[in-house]
Design a protein around this ligand. Structure first.
Ligand code: HSE
Length: 296
């Protein structure tokens, strides 16, 4: 295709104990308008995106080029206008959506015919884990497992859940936040941590959101190690609960946090939290149920 647009949702990885495996798509979007022309040009049209310094270094370009080369294709040069309402380095999946944008851009421009499984595979290889790529691709809440043969995944919808996101004015790079998590865990610790995760997932599936929220706040895999670098971690958990939230989690690697709330109470929780944290960007979000979309 010579001219097309695409939109990809932001995402929140982990959902507490589902470290590197669970994630959900949220209604913040990266949007690209792509048109084949004689040379490469990227334009950023969003206050969240820094000025374009070098088209050849652009993550979307790099990913598209690599994807085309994997399939022995030559990527044609394009004008790419990038819009985004996903803040960078806040734990809301901005890099996963850019990676997926690059993969899909190559897919469309070179008519590769990638399957969703291939897109998930390529994106996961680049990201290192599927918890953002999978929901960005499929939408909804997605549980994924990287096995030797393939990446297994399952998408679920939880329509009654509301979300309130708390975004601080500080960045936290995923790489730095990952260094805080231990390389390995002892057997008893790991079995307790996966028990918490299992109950969280089962509770979500039967819509027992109070229990799911409690389990989200009992994570043993990463939150205890990252709590110290996530501003207002305890305050957000405590105050959101006082206002009616089921539970709050670090979104991905942080520093944003997301509270899960009864669908009708999002604004109430948001307003309470805005009074407590006037310097934060606090908003009601929805779970995006469609994932990556390509149009004319
Ligand atoms: N699962 C990842 C992490 C999400 O927690 O480090 C951030 O990319």
């Amino acid at each position: 295709m010579n001219k097309f647009s695409m939109s990809i949702p932001g995402s929140s990885g982990n959902l507490g104990p589902g470290f590197d495996s669970c994630g959900m798509a949220v209604n913040l979007y990266l949007t690209l308008h792509v048109e084949v022309q004689e040379r490469w040009e990227f334009f950023h049209e969003s206050p969240y995106l820094p000025p374009v310094e070098n088209d050849a270094d652009h993550l979307i370009f790099q990913t598209a080029k690599q994807t085309a080369e994997r399939h022995q294709k030559q990527l044609p040069s394009c004008k790419v206008v990038v819009e985004s309402d996903i803040p960078l380095a806040r734990g809301l999946g901005s890099s996963a959506s850019a990676v997926l944008a690059g993969i899909e851009m190559a897919n469309q421009l070179c008519e590769i015919g990638l399957t969703d499984e291939q897109k998930l595979q390529y994106g996961t290889e680049l990201e290192g884990h599927p918890d953002n790529i999978a929901p960005a691709l499929y939408g909804g809440i997605v549980f994924s497992a990287v096995t030797e043969e393939r990446i297994e995944h399952i998408q679920v919808s939880t329509p009654e859940l509301g979300l309130v996101v708390h975004i601080p004015d500080t960045e936290l790079k995923t790489e730095k936040a990952r260094q805080l998590v231990p390389e390995s865990f002892l057997r008893n610790y790991a079995s307790s941590a996966s028990a918490v995760s299992n109950v969280m997932v089962a509770a979500l599936l039967v819509s027992d959101y109070r229990l799911a929220g409690r389990m989200m706040e009992q994570d043993l895999f990463h939150e205890p190690y990252r709590a110290g670098v996530v501003p207002n971690y305890e305050l957000i958990r405590n105050e959101a609960k006082k206002a009616g939230a089921f539970g709050s989690i670090i979104s991905g690697a942080g520093p944003s946090m997301i509270s899960f709330v009864p669908e009708a109470e999002g604004k109430l929780v948001r307003d309470h939290m805005r009074r407590k944290l006037p310097d934060y960007k606090i908003a009601v979000l929805e779970i995006d149920m469609t994932g990556l979309q390509v149009g004319k």
